[in-house]
Design a binder for this molecule. Structure first.
Ligand SMILES: Cc1cc2nc3c(=O)[nH]c(=O)nc-3n(C[C@H](O)[C@H](O)[C@H](O)COP(=O)(O)OP(=O)(O)OC[C@H]3O[C@@H](n4cnc5c(N)ncnc54)[C@H](O)[C@@H]3O)c2cc1C
Length: 490
């Protein structure tokens, strides 16, 4: 198609939070960047599935994720789209960051435009060409949005061909796979993994019109029925999130009036007073057809809305203010890269020479039945390193993973999958793609700043001030044959 560009230095596939940040990082390093998103707006799960609060930017010892992720939060705050970082009311993570998904869409769109990233919405990558261990071109297809299955996000629906309108190929120097499900890696023949038992899906929705004072009073008076931050002052006047009402659910079960495979209610305040995002529906992966999954999601939302109004203190006059457009798919394919981060690495706070981002969210596995959550706190430093090798594959030299599908085990994924960590990884991925494409000609200052001053930063302790020199990354990529050689000028 002559109207579409035929080549770009870097293509970022997927405009979820990781993809947007990766694209901006690569752009700030001086590269031409095309960002491709199958849906009609950016943000991925964070906006499509209404996911919030973002958790977590902090380990118990301080902030471990800054950089573009923090800049994004500052932009949201300036539009009243976030309350900033707040102590976690459940005491599980150190902080949580409430965000309005509608403001997030706007901020991301504006930001992408401001940075000069070329964005293609309603467009998917559906095929790749490879040569000598590199991706040389990607096939793009504009999509007929009206033919995407109701409620199921692109890349997760089960059947049917992609509803392509127009297709064309673009040559690429380097590719960032930010599809959330290793979509490009799988097309390129990279080894990928899908657990036998993925975490369940949840269809999120928001209830507004809540009498917050009444709710706080109830939680305060019945603390044994909740998972709470030891700082009880939070219940009285802090940012409120609620995990519990175990007895209410138990009683409803005993009466045969409970229709959700969960043992508790889970909901979090949004940036708007009297509004809560309900994260309580639960649909096992492999539940049924796309239509059955969508129907079950709606059924649980309707049931819970009635249940909240009837039984939960403060919710008598509540109403649905927003419903996610798509069901939230927690777990999907992951790439198997040059290093696979493990549960033990996460728990022990592992350190790596090629660290490019830090993570601090505890392990949190939602079980597929009503047996609750499997959680594990991080010991030692309270945060862990994510090495660059988790973003690189064994098979393709110019491909970088960004976001939740980096190379980790299922247990480690239950920590690395969260939004702040996905963004930190995204920044490192974008900077890495820039090094791959431009080699020594990349804006080195930016790479140093992006990957090592901002993204991993932190400095909760002196050791984190350690900076990974740009030359080390370059050498690593060169060793791995990832950097374009002089005779391979793109
Ligand atoms: C129900 C649920 C609750 C959660 N709760 C929290 C929470 O409380 N706090 C928290 O921090 N995290 C939470 N998470 C995790 C977090 O939301 C995600 O893991 C994170 O948003 C992933 O971001 P990402 O950018 O890596 O991927 P995604 O958000 O999945 O973005 C990938 C993007 O790529 C696009 N795409 C896919 N394939 C293609 C293709 N071939 N071509 C073009 N585009 C493509 C998709 O449309 C999508 O927009 C939750 C997740 C779920 C599902």
């Amino acid at each position: 198609m002559s109207s579409f560009p035929s080549k770009t230095e870097i293509m970022v596939v997927g405009a979820g939070v990781a993809g947007v940040i990766a694209a901006i990082a690569a752009r700030r390093a001086g590269c031409d960047v095309v960002l491709v998103e199958a849906h009609s707006y950016p943000g991925g799960i964070a906006t499509q599935a209404l996911v919030q609060p973002y958790q977590t930017f902090h380990s118990p010892r301080g902030q471990v994720i800054r950089g573009l992720a923090e800049e994004y939060i500052e932009r949201l705050i300036s539009y009243n789209g976030s309350l900033g970082h707040k102590p976690d009311p459940l005491g599980f993570a150190t902080t949580v960051t409430p965000v309005d998904d509608r403001v997030a869409r706007r901020v991301l769109l504006e930001w992408i435009d401001e940075e000069g990233v070329e964005l293609y919405l309603s467009t998917a990558v559906t095929d790749v060409k490879t040569n000598a261990g590199r991706i040389t071109a990607l096939k793009l297809a504009t999509l007929d949005q009206s033919r995407l299955p109701l409620g199921i996000p692109f890349g997760h629906w089960q059947r049917g061909t992609v509803p392509e309108v127009q297709t064309w190929w673009m040559d690429v120097g380097a590719v960032v796979d930010a599809t959330g499900n290793a979509g490009v890696a799988r097309l390129a023949g990279v080894e990928c993994e899908l657990s036998d038992e993925c975490q369940p899906m949840s269809w999120l929705f928001a209830l507004a019109g809540v009498d917050e004072a009444r709710l706080r009073k109830h939680v305060h008076a019945n603390q044994d029925d909740f998972v709470l931050n030891p700082d009880k002052g939070i219940i009285e006047e802090g940012y409120l999130g609620v995990c519990g009402f175990f007895s209410l659910v138990e009683d409803a079960k005993a009466r045969g009036e409970w229709l959700v495979p969960r043992d508790r209610l889970l909901f979090f305040g949004t940036p708007h007073p009297g509004e809560f995002l309900v994260n309580t529906t639960r649909i096992p992966s492999g539940f049924g057809t796309d239509e059955e999954i969508a129907a079950e999601g709606i059924r649980q939302i309707e049931f819970l809305t009635r249940f909240f109004k009837k039984h939960v203190p403060g919710f008598k006059d509540s109403y649905i203010s927003r419903k996610a457009e798509y069901i939230g798919v927690r777990e999907s394919w992951r790439a198997v890269g040059r290093y696979v981060l493990t549960r033990e690495d996460v728990i022990a706070g592992a350190k790596f020479d090629d660290v490019v981002a830090l993570g601090a969210f505890p392990i949190d596995i939602h079980s597929a039945d009503d047996s609750g959550l499997h959680t594990e706190k991080l010991s030692g430093r309270g945060h862990y390193d994510i090495p660059l090798r988790c973003l690189l594959t064994n098979e393709v030299g110019n491909l970088v993973m960004a976001g939740r599908h980096i190379s980790v085990t299922r247990e480690a994924f239950a920590s690395t999958r969260v939004i702040p960590t996905s963004m930190a990884v995204g920044q490192a991925a974008g900077a890495t793609a820039a090094v791959m494409t431009r080699g020594m000609n990349v804006a080195v200052d930016h790479i140093n700043e992006a990957m090592f001053t901002q993204s991993m930063i932190a400095s909760p302790d002196a050791e984190s001030d350690m900076k990974l020199p740009y030359s080390l990354v370059h050498d690593l990529l060169l060793r791995e044959d990832a950097v374009l050689h002089d005779d391979m000028v793109f």
